[in-house]
Ligand binder design. Sequence first.
Ligand SMILES: Nc1ncnc2c1ncn2[C@@H]1O[C@H](COP(=O)(O)OP(=O)(O)OP(=O)(O)O)[C@@H](O)[C@H]1O
Ligand SMILES: [Mg+2]
Length: 260
Amino acid sequence: MEDILVVEGLTKTFGGLAAVKEVSFRVRPNIIKAIIGPNGAGKTTLYDLLTGLYRPDGGSAVFMGREILGLPPHRVTALGIARTFQTVRIFPGMTVRENVMVGLHHRTRTGMFASAFRLPRARREESWMWEESLAYLDMVGLEMQADNLAGSLPFGQQRLLEVARALATSPRLVLLDEPAAGLNDYETRELGEVIRRIRDGGVTVLLVEHDMGLVMSISEEVLVLDHGEVIAEGTPEEVRNDPRVIEAYLGAEINEGQRA
Ligand SMILES: Nc1ncnc2c1ncn2[C@@H]1O[C@H](COP(=O)(O)OP(=O)(O)OP(=O)(O)O)[C@@H](O)[C@H]1O
Ligand SMILES: [Mg+2]
């Protein structure tokens, strides 16, 4: 099958600093591909470029055959890329179900006019959204919490809610930014199952994550960034044993003599 995403020479500089530098990689459909690297490696910036939050200084990103760089975020969403954020972004004062309905809104055709005057199509779409939202909550195990306020959920469940909202836009590719950050071991294992289920449902997953246990157990491929550049790419096993990766994680302060 054709690659779902092809990134070539992607570059973004802030002032003098290249946060993302000549980054190239491909993503096959229906896999979990992890993107790892030390703090400041450029992982979140890469997502911001792919989702239209930043304009790149160079390069291309072709998603399902179409160039996406330069498109505004809502166009990228409509084409089939969804994401979650490193810091949870939900609407705490809305119910869990309403948060998912925000994601569903990307797929309805009813405009503000039809909605405000409760025209028949708007009413049909409302009942569709009501049903559909439960299906996404079910996928992340939050269906029992549908009517609770999002802000009242424990932190780990807020992260899962953000994943459900992303899925509600019906993406072909989902970009997760450190979904396991702040989760305990049990929650992290649950999250791993949810991510596998997403992939098994036909959605390709990019997973930026520091939890190596999670990365190594669920990813088919791993891309490693350091200082904005790709330093390794391969299976979890290949990447784990790559000297450049070990070096990047240990840091330059360890000299040859100290290394076993
Ligand atoms: N808006 C910005 N303005 C200036 N510099 C930025 C901006 N966004 C990111 N950077 C810089 O770009 C580099 C890459 O940052 P980025 O957030 O992409 O890293 P990251 O790999 O996601 O790190 P972490 O694992 O800590 O989340 C860092 O040096 C960061 O300080
Ligand atoms: Mg980041």
